[in-house]
Design a protein around this ligand. Structure first.
Ligand code: SF4
Length: 286
């Protein structure tokens, strides 16, 4: 009988979620990690129609820059409606316009100059869905005096597997929990040297004895083991891991994680269905 996994949330802010998992295989953690990076749909600028571009930057380069501006959908139910729209194969596009001119002096055009105009296609969900750049301070291009920039940008839903502009995470990683053991008792002086060598203060010396007082702080650098191999051993436990996920700002980190697991669940259900249908189609063997 397998024991159920244990999960502990260590940090849960908008940008970052950190969890400790126990009793979970590396394969499962890696599937969640890959799903978060490559399978969670997000909105990104996908097409730009230029009417005026007097700047020194070519249309293609500027369009590429625009695509990399992370976009935030609010409220969160609006994101769910867009995801539904995308999953049903519909083209639910968000339209932005920008019309700026450098009249008297050089003007820097920022992501904040993008103006959301609404959606093309039926999105559903809440009555009012807003889309805006995660930061209004991302520089896009500089216009010299007299230059004008005017375009319509079309943002579409997509996944990181297709292009990095749709990737919702800036980091998704896990590391196994360290296992630090004192394999033979050093004398007090050596114990103090071992404790001093550790940059993360994992060891302590109590009553003259070397003790592991904070194994959670160990980053498995192995400095202690390299310097004192006869006294300490550092390995890792692949059934316990710390999982960290950081958002680029378009979605809360927890939402990326939950959606990544939803995607995995849907894929697994589709796979089970396909296998069962194939078995039914083949008919009974006897
Ligand atoms: S592996 Fe590095 S961090 Fe971990 S206990 Fe040894 S010295 Fe400290």
């Amino acid at each position: 009988m397998t024991s159920s996994p244990k999960v502990r949330v260590l940090e849960n802010s908008y940008e970052r979620i950190v969890l400790d998992f126990e009793g979970v295989t590396p394969a499962l953690l890696n599937s969640i990690r890959r799903s978060a990076i490559a399978e969670v749909p997000t909105l990104a600028i996908d097409e730009v129609v230029f009417y005026n571009n007097d700047s020194v930057m070519w249309d293609e380069v500027l369009a590429h820059r625009l695509a990399l501006v992370p976009l935030k959908v609010s409220p969160l139910e609006g994101y769910d409606a867009l995801r539904d729209c995308y999953m049903h194969g519909n083209d639910c596009a968000a339209l932005f316009v920008l019309d700026e001119e450098a009249v008297e002096r050089v003007k820097t055009i920022y992501s904040g100059h993008l103006r959301f105009e609404g959606f093309e296609g039926l999105v559903g969900g809440p009555a009012r869905i807003n889309v805006e750049p995660v930061s209004k301070k991302i520089p896009l291009v500089k216009l010299a005096r007299g230059q004008r920039l005017r375009f319509t940008a079309i943002a579409r839903m997509g996944v990181g597997r297709e292009h990095a502009k749709w990737q919702p995470t800036s980091a998704a990683a896990y590391r196994f929990a360290a296992s630090v053991r004192v394999i033979s008792e050093p004398d007090e002086e050596t114990a103090k040297s071992i404790a001093a060598v550790c940059p993360r203060h994992v060891f302590g010396v109590e009553d003259g004895r070397l003790v592991v007082k904070d194994v959670g702080a160990c980053n498995t650098c192995r400095e202690c083991q390299d310097r004192f191999p006869e006294y300490v051993s550092v390995t890792w436990d692949s059934s316990r891991a710390r999982f960290t996920l950081e958002s680029v700002g378009g979605l809360p980190a927890w939402k990326i994680l939950v959606t990544a697991m939803d995607v995995l669940e849907e894929k697994a259900a589709g796979f089970v269905e396909a296998v069962e249908a194939a078995i039914r189609g083949a008919g009974p063997e006897n």
